[in-house]
Write a protein that binds this ligand. Sequence first.
Ligand code: ADP
Ligand code: MG
Length: 395
Amino acid sequence: MLDDIGDVEGKRVLVRVDLNIPMQDGAVSDDTRLRATLPTVTELADKGAIVLLLAHFGRPKGARRPDMSLALVTRPYEHVLGRPVRFIDDCCGDGAKEAVATLAPGDVAILENTRFHAGEEKNDPALAAAMAELGDFYVNDAFSAAHRAHASTEGIAHLLPAYAGRAMAAELKALEAALGNPERPVAAVVGGAKVSTKLDVLGHLVGKVDHLIIGGGMANTFLAARGVDIGKSLAERDLAASAEAILGAADNAGCTVHLPYDVVVAKEFAANPPSLRTINVHEVAPDEMILDIGPAAVEALADVLKTCPTLVWNGPLGAFETPPFDAATVALARTAAALTQEGSLISVAGGGDTVAALNQAGVAADFTFVSTAGGAFLEWMEGKPLPGVEALKTD
Ligand code: ADP
Ligand code: MG
């Protein structure tokens, strides 16, 4: 924890952050990740630390690529931070050391893309040691990179006194409240296109939660495995055995699995198609596909949420990008948001499309915590230890 770092006046603090922002024509298209660094960076700078930001940008694969230089992010970052930011054109070595030596207490600098060194993604101890030479302390504030054991996320944490930054700590606290040591009963919503991408998530959750709500294309795979005729719905019919195994494991663990009993179908996948029908799940015609779960199912699921103090959500319940197949996702998200605002639910959500769907529903800010960490969030949902987090716990 950053609270334990002590006096940092005049000390060099290496802070691993996520500056891997989307850019279009030289402009930042979404500065969420830049803003997420502000609590930690301003706190350290205000305490008189020399703040040295370590980050990757794109996938340069060990080469120096001008189009992936963090020099491109320095001005936008300066703008978000509201104070001057220096750029140092390497994350280790003599040149970087000399540049760091010219900085004063309270200064902030961005060091060049860690992935310009091949050793970064290999977690090369020599690179970790070379980066560590630039600092007196190490702070990791990049949860989104914590599922990778890289030199700047894992190796270096063993070489300097290491702490979790404010954004990292907030993310870990929310995740702990949702699945680590949650108030029961716990509900999980898992949706999305495919079972195959989330087999490990489902396998982990059945042993952790009391209600597993399955929606999206992956519900079709479960329905098909159960012998329900799902017409030409998107499904992975070859995964019937995996789906059955998950249902069996849920049964053994006392986890109730909720599959939809009414669904929204159409003959073609288009916005507001003329063939749209809301039907019982057993009435799907051979030329129809399931594109959302139905209103009766949503109502039943809302009642489940009302009995649960904890919810974790990954994956939309339907093909939410195309109206009206966002209806179930939006409705259940609004219920979860309202329960959260009333103080009866801790709601934690994550996943690229899930975040987009919650924004579409206008409720992202009403959830307890919405993770934008992508891969790291999913690996956490799979119950995997995250190397960047584990490294902060030891020594
Ligand atoms: P996340 O990014 O939140 O982890 P996924 O990538 O697993 O979520 O899944 C999101 C995708 O699943 C969306 O593009 C959505 O359109 C699709 N999807 C959900 N339900 C269905 C369905 N019934 N048929 C086809 N696609 C679906
Ligand atoms: Mg996705």
